[in-house]
Design a protein around this ligand. Structure first.
Ligand code: ZN
Length: 188
């Protein structure tokens, strides 16, 4: 919700002035960083609900990574066009690092809890949406092929946001399965 809110504010206020657009774009990136970081919380929290040490370790690591990523999004030194691939790579690496707790979950629970595999399918789908979104953002599809044609509708930034929404919705579906898993199968 925070991501969609900051994004909406950004796109509403972006055209106000150059100084305002600078702050608003930072807000847009920070919202997406928060979304990606917090996407790992239910996964780690509910998968390892009976394993406090593993749970705390993963959540601490993810939070530290997220804070670093938000700072890179906000510091002026990283905002030049030359750093565009660097910023995207950081978002990409942050997303990919979620594979570690997912593999850990599958190894620990896939033979006892069918929901471990159901949630993994949703998480992989979420990852696909985020990665496709980042690729579209970096390579600027489709406007690179027909400059000017997609200035109002269909440009890479809009497709990128659609992918983020699809990823967030898939994550929501996974979280519903986690809640059901917690209520029906856990006893610790
Ligand atoms: Zn945006």
């Amino acid at each position: 919700m925070l991501c969609l809110f900051t994004s909406s504010v950004c796109h509403l206020m972006f055209c106000h002035s150059q100084s305002c657009s600078y702050i608003m774009l930072r807000l847009d990136y920070t919202g997406i960083a928060v979304l990606i970081v917090t996407s790992f919380y239910p996964l780690v929290y509910y998968s390892f609900i009976c394993h406090q040490f593993i749970r705390t370790t993963y959540i601490s690591f993810i939070t530290a990574f997220g804070v670093a990523m938000a700072m890179v999004s906000l510091l002026p030194v990283f905002q030049t066009p030359g750093f565009r691939p660097f910023r995207s790579s950081l978002f990409f690496c942050m997303g990919v690092s979620g594979i570690v707790p997912i593999i850990h979950k599958v190894m620990m629970f896939s033979d006892q809890h069918p929901n471990a595999m159901v949630t993994t399918v949703y998480e992989l789908l979420m990852g696909v949406f985020y990665i496709v979104g980042v690729i579209i953002y970096v390579v600027r599809i489709p406007e690179r092929w027909m400059p000017g044609m997609f200035d109002l509708v269909g440009n890479s930034h809009q497709l990128f946001h659609l992918m983020v929404i699809a990823g967030a919705y898939t994550h929501y579906l996974a979280t519903l399965v986690y809640l059901q898993w917690r209520d029906s199968e856990y006893s610790c």
